[in-house]
Design a protein around this ligand. Sequence first.
Ligand SMILES: [Zn+2]
Length: 195
Amino acid sequence: MDFGLKSFLTISDGRKEPAPQPLKQALKQLAKVNRNLSTKQRGSNNRRKARKNLARLHRTIANRRKDFHFKLARNLAHNYNAIAIEDLNLSGMKALWGRKVSDLGFGGFVSILEHQATKTGCSIVKIDRWFPSSKLCSSCGIINEQLSLRDREWACDCGLVHDRDLNAAINIQRAGASALGLGDVRPGSNPAIAV
Ligand SMILES: [Zn+2]
C-alpha cells in the first residue's frame, strides 16, 4: 500500500482509505485556534482561555487519530496475510508536504500496524524508500521522470492512464512479494489496471 495526503492509504487491490472527516475537521479547527491564540495578549485571561482550548483540541486530535489508526491497523492485519509499505522517510515527507504529515501520523500508524500484525501473523515488508514506486509504470515498466507531485493521474506512453496512488501501491506490492519470495516482480507480470 501507498501512503498519501489525499488518501491516507491506497491498497494495490484498489481499496482507498481516506483520513476520517472528524480528524480533518479537528485539524482545521486547530489552525483556527492557533491563530486565535496568537492575537491574545500575554498574561491575559483570554490568552489563558485560548491556551486551554488549544490543549483540549490537541487531546481530541490525538484521540481521534489513535482511534482511526487502531481500527484501520486491526482491519488490515486481519484481512491481509502480507502487507508491503515503503520505508517512510518522515523528515523527507515533512519537507515536501509540511506539517500535515505529523498531523496524520504516518509513523505512529506504522508502529501500530506492526504491532497488530504480530498478533494475526501478517507479515509487514518495508520497501526501500528510493524505489521509484510512483514513477514506474506498473504495466510496461517505463520510468516517468516527468512525474511531479501534483500529478494525481498520468498517462504512460504504453497507453495506460494511471491513478498515481494505485500505480504506486501495485509497484510496492510487487516489490514486497519479491522480497518475500512470493512472486515475480517484472512489470507486466500482473494484469494491467486500466483506469
Ligand atoms: Zn507504461
